[in-house]
Design a protein around this ligand. Structure first.
Ligand code: ZN
Length: 191
């Protein structure tokens, strides 16, 4: 097959060279209101991969990215903290046969962390890509939460831009007495 990043022949999804040079994750923390958000890459580093999210190849790419970022992160986290924790992906709607956010949540499954799939869905189809903060504030995503109440959770998304989406998701979860430890995203646009 060919490397998804440089298109040279490769034995794996991302060739050894790209894995070492480009895709070494480095964790950054950002504060959005009361919510702490951890990201693994500057957006520009993995943009070509993230743009595959509504294409059939995206399924393998998102699984792969989550395996080298979210998975080691949650394993280290539960090693220190043995509470049961729900994994809540933001808007796990299915497009092209899969949800790219659910690919990320799935890699967070451990003995103590359990994905609660599609439990936080936007009730409209408003898109924030390329829109200003003002637009985002005036056009809420209108999330509906249908998962369990009185639980601890980690919130999952692919990218953070202004933080509007995560902040809206966080507020809805708080109303349902879901205590969010923090949010994890693959990439930060402002990094
Ligand atoms: Zn490559």
């Amino acid at each position: 097959m060919r490397c998804f990043s440089c298109h040279r022949l490769s034995l794996s999804l991302i060739c050894q060279t790209c894995q070492e040079r480009l895709f070494k994750p480095s964790i950054k923390k950002r504060q959005v209101g009361q919510l702490e958000v951890y990201s693994f890459y500057p957006y520009s580093t993995i943009e070509s991969l993230l743009l595959l999210k509504h294409k059939p190849q995206g399924y393998r790419v998102f699984n792969y990215l989550a395996q080298i970022t979210f998975r080691p992160f949650i394993q280290a986290y539960i090693a220190e903290d043995s509470r049961d924790i729900a994994i809540i992906g933001v808007d796990e709607k299915i497009k092209e046969g899969y949800s790219h956010i659910a690919c990320l949540s799935k890699q967070m499954q451990t003995a103590h962390s359990h994905p609660q799939y599609a439990s936080l869905l936007s009730q409209n189809s408003i898109k924030y890509a390329g829109k200003t903060r003002k637009y985002r504030e005036n056009n809420p995503r209108d999330f509906l939460y249908t998962g369990k109440e009185n639980i601890d959770a980690i919130l999952i998304d692919d990218i953070i831009t202004t933080g509007s989406t995560l902040s809206q998701a966080y507020q809805v979860l708080q109303k349902h007495t879901v205590s969010v430890d923090f949010a994890l995203v693959l990439a930060d646009v402002n990094e």
